[in-house]
Design a protein around this ligand. Structure first.
Ligand code: ZN
Length: 305
């Protein structure tokens, strides 16, 4: 138990310096293969990928890990669909692999069956060619991660401007130890539906939400294994898909530990309520990824025209 708590303390330390980055302790496939194609390329990858506004004219593929990779042949999620709207269009992050776009079509159709939900408001996915971003996420690099707003959409005719100004809603209290009164059975139904989808590898949500779902779950509990407590994720939840079978260069993450993860979630919440002292020797912050640290294929993805 002491060792386990020490591990949690380490996680706390790592989490503090990253935004929306379920990568550090959750394993980001950081062993990305480095090919000779871009070895020695010390250019900062986010400065390159962060300024590309079109996808690559290549077959769809994810390369590397969720927090160290890129995507070829990305699709743009239509700005509005029958059961969704993409938010914050100015960010240019509504790009993903085809499997991700299909998943959003399906999950939002399910969400639209829930009382009070016209569908889903979709937050950040990936950049047109994936890769590291100038701001925000450490992951979301391979076209397989997506953020879904917690705000139940009352309508799906938001203008472009409204999609910039509207905010999602906070679902937590006590720093994420508990859900607040905005939490509904519909949130749980949508999260459960997502977790039961075989395309999904993990879902990140604040700790109090996982504990709440553990308490309320009826019947089969296998799906709870994929619901992972993480910092943030109280205005949105983050869905991460498995590597598509067709993407040979995509690096999967280790599956979540066996079991429903409910005891771990209780420990996570306990850590929120009783935070350990800060790590006196925190690991040095990681510098920005260079092109040499990405899979070799990402150099080709970046320049394909
Ligand atoms: Zn995310």
């Amino acid at each position: 138990m002491v060792r386990y708590l020490a591990g949690i303390a380490l996680i706390l330390g790592l989490a503090a310096c990253q935004t929306d980055s379920p990568a550090a302790s959750e394993g980001d496939g950081a062993t990305a293969s480095v090919s000779s194609q871009n070895s020695g390329d010390t250019r900062i990858a986010k400065e390159l990928f962060g300024h590309v506004s079109s996808s690559s004219p290549l077959p769809p593929a994810s390369y590397g890990g969720y927090a160290r990779g890129c995507q070829a042949g990305a699709e743009q999620l239509p700005e509005s669909g029958p059961t969704w709207q993409a938010m914050r269009l100015s960010r240019g992050r509504n790009w993903a692999q085809p499997v991700t776009v299909s998943f959003i079509e399906d999950l939002s159709a399910f969400a639209a069956t829930q009382p009070g939900w016209a569908g889903l408001y979709v937050g950040d996915m990936s950049q047109p060619r994936g890769g590291p971003m100038l701001t925000g996420h450490a992951s979301h690099q391979t076209g397989l991660d997506m953020d879904i707003w917690m705000l139940p959409p009352s309508r799906l005719n938001l203008t472009r401007d409204e999609r910039e100004s509207l905010s999602s809603i906070d679902m937590q209290r006590a720093g994420g130890a508990y859900v607040n009164s905005s939490w509904t059975p519909q949130h749980e139904a949508i999260l459960r539906h997502a977790a039961e989808d075989p395309r999904v590898a993990r879902i990140f949500v604040f700790g109090g939400a996982k504990v709440e779902m553990c308490r309320n779950a009826t019947g089969n509990r296998d799906w709870l294994r994929k619901i992972r407590p993480w910092w943030g994720h109280n205005y949105h939840f983050h869905v991460r898909l498995n590597c598509p079978a067709s993407s040979a260069g995509c690096e999967p993450q280790d599956p979540p530990p066996p079991g429903d993860g409910c005891e771990d979630a209780e420990a996570w919440v306990d850590m929120i309520l009783h935070p350990p002292p800060p790590d006196p020797n925190p690991p040095p912050p990681r510098g920005p990824l260079t092109m040499a640290e990405l899979p070799g294929q990402c150099a080709a993805v970046l320049t394909a025209n």
